[in-house]
Each structure stands twice: as structure tokens, then as C-alpha cells.
Write a protein that binds this ligand. Structure first.
Ligand SMILES: Cc1cc2nc3c(=O)[nH]c(=O)nc-3n(C[C@H](O)[C@H](O)[C@H](O)COP(=O)(O)OP(=O)(O)OC[C@H]3O[C@@H](n4cnc5c(N)ncnc54)[C@H](O)[C@@H]3O)c2cc1C
Length: 431
């Protein structure tokens, strides 16, 4: 047998690649998982939380064995005004299984790869795939900096900035409107201080999405997560808006950090890490061709992110698994044609991935159109309503109510909200 020939080569050891590789190895297939970084996770960053459902599906032992930071037991939305703010928080109760866990990507990705190796995956770090080798239009392997490796199928899972797909002509250059630029800072603080500050204990954790304040009128959202002894704080903004406001992403994050509702969380904490990364935001309309002869594309490379619900790693894991299941069927029938691999698209269509992306195919453009109402007026009006009901003033309540009513009517928020509610109702009723 040719030493350089295997059943499947997976390019990229992020959540999509490692899930594809481990699924193949568990089915007894020979699989090589390539990673350009010195080790898995070295090049990766995210918010971030991994979701329990899809993660359990691939790694049934992860809650006991993986290097988890915290379970996310409290999920909040923080609405900012200029100085004041409002926090809504959902707490999932002590006894239910948390929906998500925070992890550090370098530790997490490395643990996943170790699990994949135990299942029989051959892992090749420091291996940058430069090109897909085609023979008569069919992928037969990959060209790396050192040598060529051959396989019956190649699964491309190289992330949002997939140069390989562009080279193959399977994806056009990414449009500014199809991605957000994200910057994240990590702050070190003792476990006790984090627990005190967020009112949590060692078994629980806090996650938040941040709207308004310096982000108002922008397609931009902040995020904050507690890890065991660190806090992750970041902001994402569409490339379109970034160009409009002529600011650097970290300048926007600096402004966010100045807000008293945010600065209180990182007070006296030590900045230990800074990173930046893109997220695909184009949704359904930006999904490229997902398969070709001998090729399948998974995860961010295929733009499979549900930006409305902040779901990326779960779609990456599930799409990697579905690509692997298709590859297993193709290997069993020795048919690696485009027609056979079209089964992958069918599996994606039958799964939550393409169902959810299709449901939200017009959501980003809709949100962008109504961004002023959503980030400015809602943050301000909702803050004002809560302030009114909680504030003890020297004025009679009838006057306070009247002033609030006039403010609401003047902002036109009721009229401006009609299309937003109708849009939401349409989404709820869609089959
Ligand atoms: C700031 C931020 C916050 C986020 N927060 C969340 C969150 O809280 N929850 C969530 O579910 N999702 C979140 N996401 C999205 C999530 O991180 C991605 O959807 C997910 O990582 C995609 O996984 P992937 O395996 O497809 O790609 P990646 O994780 O990008 O992995 C791709 C891998 O391929 C390797 N690679 C690239 N090119 C090559 C090559 N030519 N040869 C070999 N290897 C290569 C890379 O080094 C990398 O290891 C966030 C993203 C960002 C940027």
C-alpha cells in the first residue's frame, strides 16, 4: 500500500475537522487530520461557549473528562444607555444540565485531538495544506509544504478564511457584508473574585451579550464570559459598519470597557491575552458549494454559522459528523463522485443546520435595516421603563407615567416596532 494514501484527509483540526475525523475513525476508516498550527487550537479563538447537545454527541465523556472552564448557568442580555444600563438574566436552575460550557480553545481543541488520536485518527500538526490535488477534476489528495498525501476523499474544514475553497473555485472571495470582525481580551482574576463579582459559585458561570451604548446603531454586539480564573470580553462588528465608523475594532472595545456596566466586571483584573478573528455572518445566502468530486466542506469554511443565535461550534461539529457519515457511505460503495457526495447536502438539509439557516436567511439584512430601532431605541426605552418603575422620585406617579408615555410616543418606537414584531411572528409560524 502507498504509505502516503489513506481513506480520508481532513484539513483543519477545529471543531468541524476533529468531529469529522473522530467519526470516521470510530467507523474503522483510515483518516489523517492535518493542522497548520504547531498544535491544535494554537491558531483558534472564540467567545466562547460550546453547546452541550452536539458536543455530547461527538464526545460523550466531555463533561467529566474535558478541560472545561465553567458551565454557563446564567445567560444575560445587557442593554446599555450612555451611563446607565439594564441587565436581563436567565438562570437555568441548579439541577438541570447546562446548555453550554465555557472553554479555552487551545486547551479544548488539544483535548479533542487527543480523543481523536485514541479513536485511531492519525494527527499531523505543523502541516499546512497549500492545495488540493485534483485528477480529472476529482480531489485525490493534498499538497503540503513538505510532501503530497493522497486519499479517496478530502474534507475541507479550514475555517472562515478558507483559501483552499477559493483556489478550487468552490467559494467566491468573502464579501464585507458576510463577516464580522471580532476582538477579544482575556482578563485574569482570582476564582473567588469572579464568583463574588458575578454572584456564582465554582459549579456555575455567567455569559452575556451586550447591546447599545457605544455599539448603538451598529451591527455590533459585545460578549462576556466567565472562565475559571479569567473573564473573556469582546466585541464583533460587521466589516461594512467598521468601514463606516472609521474605527479600529479594539477602539470600539475600549469604548465598551469604559461603560460603568462593563468596567465593573474587569476592575483590577489583569489583561493577559488579546486576539482577533472573523465570524461568518452571511448565513444561508453565503453557503458555498458544499461538495464536489472527492470533496466535502464543513464548519466555518462552509459559512455554517447561525448568527441570530450565536451558534458556531455546534454547527461545525454536526456538519463535520455529517460529512464523515457521507464519506463512510462513499467508501463502503467505492463511489467518491459528486453525485454520491451530494448526500452530504441532503443530510445538512434534513438537519437543524440548513433548516435554521434557511429560516433566518433574511434575518441579518432585516436586523441591519432596523438596527437603529433595535440597538438604540429599545436599549433606551426599555431602560427608561425599568427606571420609571423602580425609581422613587419627588414627582407624583401620574406625571412620571405621562412623561414616560410622551417619550415613548415621541420616539415612534411603537410604530417602528410593528415590522419587527410581524417579522418575528412570521419566523415563529414558518414550517
Ligand atoms: C470572537 C468569536 C466568538 C465566538 N463565540 C462562539 C461561541 O461562543 N459559541 C460558538 O458555538 N461559536 C462561537 N464562535 C464561532 C466558532 O468559533 C466557529 O464557528 C467554529 O470554531 C468553527 O469551527 P471550524 O472547525 O469550522 O473552524 P476553526 O475553528 O476556524 O478551525 C479551522 C482549523 O483549520 C486550521 N487550518 C486553516 N487552514 C489550514 C490549512 N490550509 N492547512 C491545515 N490546517 C488549516 C486552523 O489552524 C484551525 O485549527 C465564535 C467565533 C469568534 C471568532
Amino acid at each position: 500500500m502507498d504509505m502516503n494514501k489513506t481513506d480520508v484527509i481532513v484539513v483543519g483540526s477545529g471543531p468541524s475537522g476533529v468531529s469529522a475525523a473522530i467519526t470516521l475513525a470510530r467507523a474503522g476508516k483510515k483518516v489523517v487530520l492535518t493542522e497548520r498550527g504547531d498544535d491544535s487550537g494554537d491558531k483558534n479563538m472564540f467567545g466562547g461557549e460550546i453547546y452541550t447537545n452536539q458536543t455530547l454527541d461527538i464526545f460523550p465523556n466531555f463533561i467529566e473528562d474535558a478541560p472545561i472552564e465553567r458551565s454557563v448557568t446564567e445567560q444575560a442580555f445587557i442593554l446599555l444607555k450612555d451611563k446607565d444600563s439594564l441587565k436581563f438574566a436567565y438562570n437555568n436552575g441548579e439541577n438541570s444540565i447546562p446548555n453550554s460550557y465555557t472553554v479555552n480553545r487551545s486547551k479544548w481543541d488539544r483535548w479533542c485531538v487527543e480523543e481523536a488520536k485514541k479513536a485511531g485518527v492519525f494527527y499531523a500538526p505543523k502541516t499546512l495544506v497549500k492545495e488540493i490535488i485534483l485528477e480529472n477534476g476529482r480531489a485525490v489528495g493534498v499538497k503540503t509544504e513538505l510532501e503530497n498525501y493522497y486519499s479517496d476523499i478530502v474534507i475541507i474544514a479550514d475555517g472562515v478564511n478558507s483559501i483552499l475553497l477559493e483556489k478550487l473555485g468552490l467559494r467566491k472571495e468573502i464579501k464585507d457584508s458576510d463577516v464580522t470582525v471580532n476582538v477579544k481580551e482575556v482578563y485574569k482574576l482570582s476564582e473567588e473574585k469572579i464568583n463574588d463579582r458575578f454572584n456564582i459559585d465554582e459549579k456555575s458561570g455567567f455569559g452575556a451579550k451586550i447591546l447599545g451604548g457605544p455599539l448603538k446603531n451598529l451591527f455590533s454586539i459585545g460578549f462576556l464570559f466567565t472562565n475559571r480564573e479569567t473573564i473573556s470580553l469582546g466585541v464583533g462588528i460587521s466589516l461594512d459598519d467598521l468601514k463606516k465608523i472609521k474605527m479600529k475594532p479594539y477602539e470600539l472595545l475600549e469604548k465598551l470597557k469604559e461603560h460603568p456596566a462593563i468596567s465593573c466586571y474587569i476592575k483590577d483584573a489583569k489583561l493577559i491575552e488579546y486576539s482577533a478573528h472573523m465570524i461568518p455572518e452571511g448565513g444561508y445566502n453565503s453557503v458555498p458549494q458544499l461538495y464536489s468530486d472527492g470533496i466535502m466542506v464543513a464548519g466555518d469554511a462552509a459559512m455554517l454559522v447561525n448568527n441570530v443565535h450565536f451558534e458556531g461550534t455546534n454547527f461545525a461539529m454536526l456538519s463535520g459528523k455529517l460529512a464523515a457519515e457521507t464519506a463512510i457511505e462513499a467508501l463502503n460503495s467505492s463511489d467518491f463522485s459528486k453525485k454520491k457526495l451530494s448526500l452530504y447536502e441532503k443530510k445538512l438539509k434534513d438537519s437543524i443546520i440548513l433548516k435554521d439557516l434557511k429560516l433566518h436567511k433574511d434575518s441579518v439584512s432585516f436586523v441591519k435595516k432596523h438596527i437603529n430601532t433595535i440597538t438604540e431605541i429599545y436599549s433606551e426605552i426599555i431602560c427608561d421603563i425599568f427606571k420609571t418603575v423602580t425609581y422613587s422620585s419627588s414627582q407624583p406617579k401620574s406625571k412620571v407615567y405621562r412623561n414616560l408615555l410622551f417619550k415613548i410616543l415621541k420616539s415612534n418606537v411603537i410604530f417602528k416596532s410593528i415590522p419587527i414584531f410581524l417579522f418575528a411572528i412570521r419566523k415563529c409560524l414558518k414550517k
